[in-house]
Design a protein around this ligand. Structure first.
Ligand code: GAL
Length: 675
């Protein structure tokens, strides 16, 4: 059984970002009283407090923070202590103007917001680490401290910087990656367009140029930028660790919403994987994006527990239309994160600010105060989470796997691809939605996962894996040989890690396992659709868009053909038996409904039949040492049926087989362990 992610907590984490510096002392007293009323167990403090903690270079003032932590400790509330490095104070930026980041166009970003630093700036790193070290020295032994939180959402807004300091750091990073210029020239294919480099100093960050800059160079720059932020994190982490506080250290990821970082490289560096997630409020089914973010986070945590550090009680302030949550939605959202492996549900933020850019963001204590439905819901949720303490340490039972890969996404979305209609986010969301509607809990894995990890799942789906690094294709083939069902869409396995096309027809990396070649692509016009043959061979099958191509089977069996379009009469969906398993291929872009039908067929072949659950009943099982916990969240407006036997931890009701999950409601049934 994995260790609880925050060992110093004896319940699920419930609380939020707490900014007492925005309020007078008397409000601090009320804060703590209300936190106790709501069952708050932990709050995050210090996230943006640099200007108060170090009002002048080297003059540290932590007494106020100690008072805040003492008060919280007095009420039994734990602290997730943040280092404030996400927002350097004005004095720092004024003293070190070259630490301000620069855009690709060469524009220096200004102060007055946050995240105004270049991740490669030695001055920034030195100052951030010095403050982190000071905080750890002063407060590292505070009895309220339960978690260290380095910075905030690294790379969220300013993922990359093109300033001269970054450019020099890029060259150093390239030297470490390639060793010598010959290797770099080969990897970047610089024979093309007269780009051969003779000196390291000739290499620039990929600036604005007359035409697309070398894609291999751009891809490396994106990797470099992610690594520079990671170095900021590890620098501060090590400064804290040096004080030996023994408290786990994290930084809050944005698993599905920050495309700037390769979190697979980050995850091994944190003691606890944590995540922030905000609904896309205008989505008709916003719980799907939430579930996918939670599953990606769990994947980063290697399938084990993790912690949700931020979401919102209701509307945010930064979307075009900040739709408020509907009754019951806040509760279902929090429980969905817990269902999917989070050891709690934390919010941005505890008390709504009165000033600043985020004053219209929802909070646990809204501007309306405690005589409000929202506050009553917060108090009720605190009680619900209190009843779920025993789920800590239990492990989500994943059923199928889906690949998620940042470098592949970066490369896919560079310029001069066969069509502008390709996009990782859209394909990932569509694939995830199809699997979700089939009620299968998704394990998210990297494209180069080890065979042992993949072999746990009977089905592995690639939403769109344009880039497949050397070595990974052999693992995918071995996965199939051993009995796995691999599902691959068009335009996957096209290039290696340097964005270079391997010798031979497409999809070079995956040709063997799929048992086919692709002779030529036929991207479709905007709005154009292609029909696929139906089950009986007629033209009434699914309809694809964006893509058609000429597939030549070399061992693969044809399941459907294109009924019209540039490849009419040629294969559109194939299946290739190899060893004990099967590799499936789809040569067009299927909408969610088409993907769902295809994946239902694959799941069935893999021994995972239809669940019979209502579409918007979300069901996830967590397995503990002595019991299973079946979370069922009904996102629809009508009651839904579930089969489960045991006690509902939320109500104490006993269920013997048939459970009715109320419209908009939730149950968490403790069942005898099925293992
Ligand atoms: C997060 C951030 C918080 C707050 C929140 C608003 O991305 O970490 O500090 O800005 O968004 O939704």
């Amino acid at each position: 059984m994995p260790q609880a992610v925050v060992p110093r907590l004896d319940r699920l984490a419930f609380g939020g970002d707490y900014n007492p510096e925005q309020w007078p002392e008397e409000v601090h007293e009320e804060d703590v009283r209300l936190m106790v009323e709501a069952g708050v167990s932990m709050v995050t403090v210090g996230v943006f407090s640099w200007a108060l903690l170090e009002p002048q270079e080297g003059r540290y003032e932590t007494a106020w923070l100690r008072r805040v932590m003492d008060r919280l400790h007095g009420a039994g509330i734990r602290v997730d202590l943040a280092t404030p490095s996400a927002s350097p104070p004005p004095w720092f930026s004024a003293a070190h103007p070259e630490s301000l980041p620069m855009t690709r166009e060469g524009v220096r970003l200004g102060v007055g917001a946050r995240e105004h630093y270049c991740a490669s700036s030695p001055d920034y790193r030195r100052a951030a680490q010095a403050l982190a070290s000071h905080l750890a020295g002063e407060l590292g032994d505070h009895p309220a401290l339960a978690l260290w939180h380095i910075g905030n959402e690294f790379g969220a807004q300013v993922g990359r910087c093109w300033c001269p300091v970054s450019e020099r750091a890029f060259r150093v990073w390239l030297q470490a990656r390639y060793g010598d210029l010959d290797a770099l020239n080969r990897a970047w294919g610089t024979a093309f367009w007269s780009q051969r480099y003779g000196e390291w100093e000739e290499i620039t960050a990929p600036r604005v140029a007359p035409m697309p800059v070398n894609p291999s160079q751009q891809l490396d720059f994106l990797r470099f930028a992610s690594d520079e932020h990671l170095a900021c994190f590890t620098g501060e982490r090590d400064a804290v660790r040096a004080h030996g506080t023994g408290v786990p250290i994290t930084t809050n990821f944005m698993a599905t919403t920050c495309a700037n970082l390769d979190y697979w490289r980050w995850a091994p560096e944190v003691d606890v994987v944590t995540n922030d997630h905000y609904l896309t409020a205008e989505d008709e089914r916003p719980h799907l994006g939430l579930a996918m973010s939670a599953d990606v986070t769990r994947g980063l945590a290697g399938g084990g527990p993790w912690l949700l550090l931020e979401h919102s009680t209701s509307a945010v302030n930064w979307q075009p239309r900040n739709v408020a949550k509907r009754p019951g939605e806040m509760r279902r959202n929090a429980l969905a994160h817990v269902a999917r492996g989070s050891e709690g549900a934390m919010y941005f933020q505890w008390r709504a600010s009165r000033a600043g850019a985020e004053k219209f963001h929802s909070a646990m204590v809204p501007h309306a105060g405690t005589d409000s439905a929202l506050w009553r819901d917060v108090v009720a949720l605190g009680a619900d989470l209190g009843r779920l303490a025993e789920v800590r340490g239990s492990v989500v039972q994943d059923e199928v796997a889906m690949v998620w890969d940042w470098p592949s996404r970066w490369a896919l979305e560079l310029e001069f691809r066969p069509t502008v209609d390709l996009g990782f986010e859209e394909r990932a969301a569509a694939t995830y939605e199809a699997l979700h509607d089939l009620h299968r809990t998704v394990a998210v894995v990297p494209v180069d996962a080890e065979l042992e990890r993949l072999a746990r799942y009977p089905v592995l789906v690639l939403p769109q894996a344009y880039l497949v690094p050397d070595g990974a294709a052999a693992v995918l083939a071995a996965y199939v040989e051993q009995g796995g069902h691999l599902v691959v869409p068009f335009f996957s396995g096209i290039v290696d890690a340097t964005d270079t096309v391997p010798d031979g027809p497409y999809p070079g990396q995956l040709r063997e396992v799929l048992g086919l070649d692709v002779e030529e692509w036929h991207p479709l016009r905007a709005g154009q659709r292609v029909a696929l043959s139906g089950d009986d061979g007629g033209a009434d099958g699914p309809v694809g868009d964006v893509w058609s191509e000429r597939v030549r089977p070399r061992g693969a069996q044809v399941l459907r053909t294109f009924a019209d379009g540039p490849d009419a009469g040629h294969p559109a969906v194939t299946r290739h038996s190899r060893g004990a398993g099967t590799a499936w291929y789809v040569a067009t872009r299927l909408p969610v409904a088409g993907l769902r039908d295809l994946l239902a067929e694959v799941l069935d072949a893999a021994g995972l039949p239809a669940s019979g659950l209502a579409r918007d009943l979300e069901v996830v099982r967590r397995r503990g040492e002595d019991a299973d916990y079946v979370f069922a969240l009904n996102h629809s407006g009508v009651p839904a049926a579930l089969g489960a036997t045991g006690t509902d931890l939320l109500t104490g009701r006993e269920h013997a087989g048939a459970v009715e999950v109320p419209a908009g409601g939730a149950v968490v049934v403790r069942e005898a362990c099925r293992a």
